[in-house]
Design a binder for this molecule. Sequence first.
Ligand code: ADP
Ligand code: ZN
Length: 623
Amino acid sequence: MTTPLHLLESVFGYSAFRGLQAEIIDHTMAGRDSLLLMPTGGGKSLCYQIPSILRPGVGVVVSPLIALMQDQVSALRQLGVDAAFLNSNLAQGEAQKIEGRLRRGELDLVYIAPERLMQERTLEMLDQCKLSLLAIDEAHCISRWGHDFRPEYLQLDTVRARFPQIPLLACTATADDRTRQEIVQKLGISADGIFAMGFDRPNISYEVAAKENERQQLLSFLQERHAGDAGIVYCLSRKRTEQIATFLTKAGLTALPYHAGLPREVRQKNQERFLREDGLIIVATIAFGMGIDKPDVRFVAHLDLPKSIEAYYQETGRAGRDGLPASAWMVYGLQDVIMLRKLAENSEADEMHRRLENQKLDAMLGYCEVTNCRRQVLLDYFNETLPEPCGNCDTCLKPVATFDATVAAQKALSCVVRTGQRFGAAYIIEVLRGSQNERIVRFGHDQIPTWGVGGEFDAWQWRSILRQMTARGLLTVDPSGYGGLVLTSRARPVLKGQEELHLRQETLTKPASRKKAKKKATVAALTSDESLNTPANQALFESLRDLRRTLAEEQELPPYVIFHDKTLAAMVVHRPVSEDQFLALSGVGAAKLERYGEKFMKLIRQAETGLVSDTSMETDLQE
Ligand code: ADP
Ligand code: ZN
């Protein structure tokens, strides 16, 4: 009998299970339900794919995003697995064909969009099929408390009840306690079926900087650290995504906008290009990304603050799914805080929900201003402990100096009170710095005691102080007015001198520039071994990539569905020239060997014979 491990090797080409995969698969094989909490890229799909193949019948996977479905199915077919999808993109004839195959029990896996699954027709058809399991991807969409609630997910519990005999897997990468409870309750999953795998994404480097000139900051980040890389830039509004995409295009980069207001074809085309082309930048609202399965997204940049840490972690989690170094970079300023506070205050939601939104925003702001390791703060939010600072976030790489800002804060708070809690940060700063502009004189604010008491800081520093005070909830924004700063109850102890306030000391200099990113993926970077960085290796790598591109284009597939960069790098390192050697590579199973082995080995053999002259040239040059 085939075992899960045997299947992992022969079909998927991997030699060992990761983390809890083996346990989860055993649990599912035994017919039991589970909730999988794993970070993006953690390897959730294998947990339902392998049991679907091994158990009799077809595995039904509910997935909200059509693009993801198509890619997963293409990838499975490349592995020789009988998989198909049912969604609104299919022509009727095609859908009928797939339904026929389902009835005849020919499929191992079928991916279905939730709204399609909910149709009585579909359910009746499934009644007649033998099912092996039900997997619900992005299961947090079930939760009304979550940040990503989807109405079409609401009735999934009834679907579950209709097929009580088969094991269920609810999968998500983001679930705080409350969301988790809601999923477990709705789907009736027992405590021993909850599998939580570390949320840490050690290959992602986190960085948050104060917003100064966002466009310039973004451009420097892209040019200095991610030239030629694929990535996502998130903005809050549709208009901004288009403006920023235009700006980047003018600067010579390939950037495309994506938001829900674009015509469907444009959206699809831009997403498609992002998946298939190398080094493309998508500038998007949060409408983009759910289920984007591209493994080589090298950065996620935020130009606006997300509404919660869950949203931030999910969005940044789209970077570096292949496990290679990636950046999560964000700039934020006082304006972001003001805008999100207003949104939360004015939201239509009921009182309880609004309070929750505000709490989530508080946590997000707290994260921005932390002075200790960012990863520790993030993981702590998901109830996980990282014992040591990570060494791969901005606060670890460049420890933050703090200063005693108690007196400065008292001056600012007092100035806010004395000007009537009606004015925004810019005005408060002018008063503190002793400006005599027309408005200040007209309001008589050049006569108040706090006028001109803030000369020890320049306007930039004051902005930082006010932003941090707002982020920490000492000040808030008058939701009804024009964004005037208002004191909160938390300000009182500081104002009265009962509590000290320590803030981040920011300097105007840019964060220390790190090693510049290489323009292209290299074998050395992919294997973290500089000694492999030879012209011969790189030349072979490039020709393998070219071959992969040609094969991908022929089949209209994203290149990584053929082989991941990592597998190509392994080809360069191990130079397999026989079937056995090729099969030993990570990411190569029987189907891929048969389909592509010979083509890639041909290039490798050519390189092997050409190697001699290459090496001699190198020596010539060195001497
Ligand atoms: P998730 O669905 O949790 O976001 P995926 O299932 O897409 O993650 O897996 C992420 C990547 O890790 C994929 O490229 C997958 O092929 C790879 N992967 C998963 N399990 C293993 C394993 N046991 N060994 C090697 N690679 C794996
Ligand atoms: Zn850190």
